[in-house]
Design a protein around this ligand. Structure first.
Ligand SMILES: Cc1cc2nc3c(=O)[nH]c(=O)nc-3n(C[C@H](O)[C@H](O)[C@H](O)COP(=O)(O)O)c2cc1C
Length: 314
């Protein structure tokens, strides 16, 4: 059985987080992952307090296992969402897209386990000093908002820099990836892209088909000129966006272009206008499965790889 100190810390059976995914990771997916023994995470994205409260209640109607809420720090509703997670006694908060320190004191005082996503050693150190329970070190292979450093390079440097558990994210979609993350010193993994095709994932059919058909070169990062790069499947939207970016469009113009594009992909399956956020590992995601099958495959696969690893040592 694969168990790490992170499991005891969070009261979960398997060291697998389902990453918060804007417009996608709702109560349906998150409750299924938590029921399977991992940590399901509802993405608060740009939604308001009422939407989040409803999702938390829906999740709790489906499972009594621990779960998390992903607070998107760039959201215009971040302040009210930060309050809801306290009022609703959410056990774990994972923050994305920025520096969460302004909320951490209140969350820590409320007994919430705070696990920021970091793309650099500097931010990992800062949040560790402010009382983070763990950090998610997320490499540039990931879908969604990304940093510059790859998972392979980032995870061991973060592990060396902080005394709290490190969860590896970015480019992990099977047991080999999980085992590799553990070898780098991680105590858990966060997976996004593979869960896009989970049976319980409510994303559009068009989105799932695009992920299933993707190969190793199907994604591209855009938005570096804005300071907020994003990785998505290549599509008419990313082509148009990249063209405008290369032509010197301002951050405001590019921001306006992106408005509504995630919803169009996730909810409407609009191939022409949608932004289909997705990680580089999509080429390895070729099967629709239940959340439980995905969690089990990740963990069982890692056990097999880890048991076999010593065969190379004389
Ligand atoms: C479609 C999609 C949407 C995402 N949205 C968010 C988000 O709202 N907040 C966040 O912190 N991370 C977000 N992420 C990142 C994931 O939580 C996770 O860290 C990442 O997907 C892990 O890398 P992988 O895609 O290679 O599995 C998103 C990822 C994807 C694929």
């Amino acid at each position: 059985m694969l168990k790490t100190p992170l499991c005891d810390l969070l009261g979960i059976e398997k060291p697998v987080f389902q990453g918060g995914m804007a417009w996608i990771a709702d109560a349906s997916l998150a409750s299924a992952v938590s029921e399977a023994g991992g940590l399901g995470i509802i993405a608060a994205m740009n939604a308001d307090a009422n939407w989040l409260r409803d999702q938390i209640h829906e999740l709790r109607a489906r499972t009594d296992k621990p779960f998390g809420v992903n607070v998107m720090l760039m959201s215009p509703f971040a302040d009210e969402v930060a309050r809801v997670v306290i009022d609703e006694r959410v056990p774990v908060v994972v923050t994305g897209a920025g520096n969460p320190t302004k909320y951490m004191k209140a969350w820590n005082e409320a007994g919430i386990k705070v696990i920021p996503v970091v793309a650099s050693v500097a931010l990992a150190r800062l949040v560790a000093r402010r009382g983070a329970t763990a950090v998610v070190a997320e490499g540039t292979e990931s879908g969604g908002h990304i940093g510059e450093t790859s998972t392979m390079a980032l995870v061991p440097q973060v592990v060396d820099a902080v005394d709290i558990p490190v969860v590896a994210a970015g480019g992990i979609a099977d047991g080999r990836g999980v085992a590799a993350a553990f070898m780098l010193g991680a105590a858990g993994v966060q997976v996004g892209t593979r869960f896009l095709v989970a049976d319980e994932c409510t994303v559009s059919e068009q989105y799932k088909e695009m992920v299933l058909k993707a190969n190793d070169t199907s994604t591209r990062a855009t938005g570096r000129s804005t300071g907020h790069p994003v990785r998505a499947l290549k599509s008419p939207f990313t082509n148009a966006y990249a063209k405008n970016e290369a032509a010197g469009a301002s951050s405001e113009e590019l921001g306006a272009m992106g408005t509504g594009a995630l919803r169009k992909a996730a909810k409407d399956g609009n191939y022409e206008e949608g932004s289909f956020l997705c990680g580089q590992i999509a080429g390895m995601v070729s099967e629709r499965q239940s959340a439980r099958e995905i969690v089990d495959d990740l963990v069982d696969g890692a056990e097999r790889v880890l048991k076999g690893a010593s065969a190379w040592v004389a």
